[in-house]
Design a protein around this ligand. Sequence first.
Ligand SMILES: Cc1cc2nc3c(=O)[nH]c(=O)nc-3n(C[C@H](O)[C@H](O)[C@H](O)COP(=O)(O)OP(=O)(O)OC[C@H]3O[C@@H](n4cnc5c(N)ncnc54)[C@H](O)[C@@H]3O)c2cc1C
Length: 570
Amino acid sequence: MVDSISQDVLIIGSGLAGLRAAISSAATNEKLEIAVVSKVQVMRSHSVSAEGGTAAVLFEEEGDNQESHIYDTIKGSDFLADQDVAERLVHDTPYEIYQLDHWGMPWSRRNDGRIDQRNFGGYSFPRATYAQDKVGFYEMQTLYDTSLRFDNIRFYNEWFCTSILSDENSFQGVTAIEMKTGNFFKLLAPAGIICTGGAGRIYSFSTYAYSSTPDGLDMAYRAGIGLKDMEFVQFHPTGILPSGILITEGARGEGGYLVNSEGERFMKKYAPEKLELASRDIVSRAMIREIQQGRGFKHESGADCLKLDLTHLGADRIKERLAGIRDIGIKFSGVDVIDDPIEITPVCHYMMGGIHTNIEGASEMRGLWAAGEAACNSVHGANRLGANSTSECLVWGRITGENAARYASSSKAASVAVSPQQVLEEEKRIYDGIFRGSGEVNPYQLRRDLTDIMDAKAHVFRDEEGLQEGLRKVMALKSSSWKHVDDKAKEYNTNFINVMEIDSMLRIADIVLMGALSRQESRGAHARTDYPRRDDVNFLKHTLAYYGMQPKLAWHPVTITRYAPTERKY
Ligand SMILES: Cc1cc2nc3c(=O)[nH]c(=O)nc-3n(C[C@H](O)[C@H](O)[C@H](O)COP(=O)(O)OP(=O)(O)OC[C@H]3O[C@@H](n4cnc5c(N)ncnc54)[C@H](O)[C@@H]3O)c2cc1C
């Protein structure tokens, strides 16, 4: 008999999206019991490492306007964003900035006391609202503190969710393992919100926390919900070597620039107006081209790279506004950016794709929403602008939190009913199929092989041959005998958790590769050398992937409101 715990709203994930959703659910109806489940401690969610800023229009009196933020977002998306969703983001973000301010967020300020904003890539106006270069940490701390004011929010830290429970396509809850005891539970609720973040650890060279694996996406996928636009993976221009840790775009926003081995500020050839502050896909492609044409540097690890020069900014400005990345440079690259340029190269940083939702954050399953990086409401289309993701987490955290709470309070939310068969099948899948599995291949080696394949075959540039080879190699990994857990302990069995994560990584990597193969065009972050042009006639549409032995692909229309697609120039 599996123990069960019942709540009204179940939020999976305690990053920015999950915490914002919890506060908004709890405030919508204080009588509801809200549960926030996270496989890590709250403040270890990847959101704490957001560095550069949160985009919003705050200074209309100084010339900024919402129309411009909307258009920058849509242009940045290479016209794959759903335009009504981009409008919603831009309209709702200023409210979130001031709401955080009222909750105690220590925004960096101008001398006159007003909130400050800095430049970021792809924007026509400085819009990245920042807190030094640790915006995610301060936002998380502010939200966590605020959530503690609500007696109706309960945290389940270090609980690992494994599957969605449903009844006739209505959400009923999830199955989860309490890591401390190793006990298996049903967490039941009529309403759920998936906020499990991005899955950038399917690449080896990545800015993400090690916990950023696709188990949340995979749960939805296995439950029959579509994953959307998964081929669009963002590579950030400035990851340091050898670790891949991020140097925020704020460093270029503050005036830093990129140089090649000839000492040339090469971005002038690729984006004469915006230079280093063109959108990320364009800067990353320019960097790879420079390297391919022999104008890169060699890092001591053997990796190709370019350099980011901040030395002209001066020690005072760097210490005041970029203290975090200075620390990172010293500790992880042995370079003090006050004195020397730092070696950097494009690095996996964000997934535009995720759980298919509509503008309200509703998924295809009744009673289930998704928000934050795990969701794909199509606000970022084929390429996200920096600083728009934390905005998205806040805006759709609030929206989905309200929607889920209203649903849970209404008569539409039928009493929860889970068939014992469903729970039994999940126990079989994870305990018989994974925990008691056997095999010679070391799962950690398989994980490394998988992420190396993604680095090699689904990187900044892709082509048919490479993607096919990637798919063949992933298939070979899948069919090797790897699925087993050596550690048989019950409590805190991280080996078991890791192997479940790897299982999800294989399925989701497959979807990224298949989506990339079927999208025979170049758009935003998806650059096919064999189809170098954007093809609006055949591919101005979203990709959907549904569960099957092989992912089943389908298409979904893009919502165009007022902005006709044009060629992107920066
Ligand atoms: C280094 C870095 C810097 C960034 N800087 C910026 C920036 O300056 N501005 C900006 O706008 N964006 C930035 N981004 C992007 C942005 O930070 C993220 O997209 C965003 O914070 C994601 O938040 P989230 O709430 O969706 O998920 P996350 O913060 O990733 O949290 C995911 C949560 O899901 C939980 N979870 C996952 N799987 C399970 C499971 N199976 N069971 C239980 N719990 C689970 C985790 O425990 C965690 O709590 C940055 C990203 C990185 C990696």
